[in-house]
Write a protein that binds this ligand. Structure first.
Ligand SMILES: Nc1ncnc2c1ncn2[C@@H]1O[C@H](COP(=O)(O)OP(=O)(O)OP(=O)(O)O)[C@@H](O)[C@H]1O
Ligand SMILES: [Mg+2]
Length: 460
């Protein structure tokens, strides 16, 4: 006898003790663990305690018949999957069909052919085992799929997180790059202005001494000349009959004209010397190095000294009419600001205006209206002042106007413009002075830049 296989438990249900005996003995001999039941009810009860691997079920039984027993087995989750083989008489083919439709896997016919019983039992046990293995594998696979799906989702969200971190970092980096560019730009401009300031200060200093010298002495010279002329007149009156040598010399020198013109020459020299003193004063104003502190400043002085520096570009030039500067200054208080930086803004705006007008003039050398730069200042309210630098040159088309304040934006040829003037100017006005710099432009009015700044830093 073969040892019982725990997965080969067979329940035989038959009301005929003879059949039961023969079948159980045979299967027992074949090495199966055999349980028996005489009717459907007790078969169902037995399945409660030990679930068999296969059931051989008679159809015709007292009490509940085989069909009903099968139906109840199939209704219970614990017993639903047990393969059921019906045992029917040869003649009862209708039973076979019904049994199969109720969920039976097979049938065997009475009287039993032992080989056939064994073959079918073995086949269905094997199928059942295979089915179970398959179901388990399926479950395992399903779990694996779920695990993989979860891993994939985690990976995807990690990926997304990574992507958004990369994007954020990129944004940070490009911001840093932008800041660096700005800082560089400011440094370059700052250095440029400092160098210009130094140069101007040096020139002003060098001119200052000799001009003071001239200015101081021209008055004395004037007095002395007056005295000498007076003396000459007196001589002429006292000695109308001069010697022939003197008369010849007087004629030679055109003494009459000399007496008349010399005071005029001296007056011109005085005016010239005063002009030069004015220029030197402007140069000194312009180059005044501003410290880290803001200080109260006369804005008009800053504008005037900048205009003075640019004077040569405003005058009539070989192929170009002069640019007229109209000043419309309001009654400004002293403004608490950083004068060096503000002069830099005036310089940028005025140079831009001159460039625009020159460019316009180069296309139309005799325009219907002569080129004008209008500079107006006004008190806006008790806290703010406004400075407007306008020119009647070309208007700036909308797409260009949007980019004016971007660093490196220029419409000028390479080597002429760096495209930094306005971006620096806006930074100086907005960030250093807490003000605003705006551009308005229209074909009818030309272009104007409007600065608004608080008249004292720290208060608005
Ligand atoms: N008054 C103006 N009229 C017409 N266009 C102007 C005027 N001011 C500025 N622009 C335009 O704005 C552009 C940018 O000006 P911005 O001062 O920033 O640079 P730039 O003058 O080209 O070069 P940079 O000032 O660095 O030498 C100019 O190239 C010009 O096209
Ligand atoms: Mg410029």
């Amino acid at each position: 006898m073969m040892p019982a296989d725990p997965t080969r438990n067979i329940l035989i249900v038959d009301d005929n003790p003879n059949n039961l005996g023969v079948l159980s003995d045979f299967l027992w001999d074949m090495g199966f663990e055999v349980l028996v039941a005489r009717d459907g009810e007790s078969a169902l009860q037995k399945t409660q305690y030990a679930v068999p691997d296969l059931i051989l079920l008679d159809v015709m039984m007292p009490g509940i018949d085989g069909f009903e027993t099968c139906r109840r087995l199939k209704a219970q989750p614990a017993t639903r999957d047990i393969p059921v083989i019906f045992m029917t008489a040869l003649s009862e083919s209708a039973h076979k069909v019904k049994g199969l439709s109720l969920g039976a896997v097979d049938y065997i016919t009475k009287p039993f052919q032992q080989d056939e019983v064994l073959a079918r039992v073995k086949l269905h046990l094997k199928l059942h085992t295979l089915n179970q293995t398959l179901a388990e594998q399926n479950l395992r696979l399903q779990r694996e799929v779920e695990t993989r799906k979860a891993a994939e989702a985690a990976l995807q969200s990690l990926n997304q997180e990574l992507e958004s971190r990369v994007a954020a970092r990129t944004q940070e980096l490009s911001q840093a790059l932008e800041d660096l560019k700005q800082a560089q730009v400011q440094m370059v401009q700052g250095e440029k202005m400092a160098a210009l300031g130094q140069l101007v200060a040096g020139i002003a200093h060098e001119i200052n001494n000799p001009i003071n010298f001239i200015h101081g002495n021209v008055n004395h010279a004037d007095t002395y000349v007056q005295d000498l002329l007076e003396l000459l007149t007196l001589y002429q009156a006292e000695f109308p009959q001069a010697t022939p040598t003197i008369q010849t010399k007087a004629q030679e020198l055109d003494a009459g004209f000399l007496q008349e013109d010399l005071p005029k020459v001296l007056t011109s020299m005085k005016i010239g010397a005063n002009r030069i003193r004015g220029i030197v004063q402007s140069l000194r104003n312009f180059s005044r190095i501003s410290g880290p502190e803001s200080k109260p400043v006369n804005i008009h002085e800053g504008i005037d000294s900048t205009l003075m520096i640019l004077n040569s570009r405003l005058k009539t030039q070989p192929n170009q009419v002069a640019i007229e500067v109209i000043k419309d200054y309001g009654d400004l208080p002293l403004v608490d600001c950083y004068p060096g930086q503000l002069n830099q803004v005036f310089m940028n705006l005025l140079v831009n205006a001159i460039d625009a007008l020159e460019d316009h003039l180069s296309q139309d050398p005799s325009p219907p209206t002569s080129p004008i730069i209008r500079i107006s200042t006004a008190v806006m309210n008790e806290h703010q002042i406004t400075i407007c630098i306008a020119n009647n040159g070309p208007s700036i088309p909308e797409p260009i106007r949007k980019q004016l304040f971007n660093p490196f934006f220029t419409t000028k040829p390479v080597g002429k413009g760096t495209g930094l003037g306005l971006s620096i100017s806006r930074q100086i006005i907005a960030e250093i002075h807490q003000g605003s710099l705006q551009c308005h432009s229209s074909p009818a009015q030309g272009t104007e830049f409007v600065i608004q700044i608080p008249n004292s830093q720290g208060k608005q």
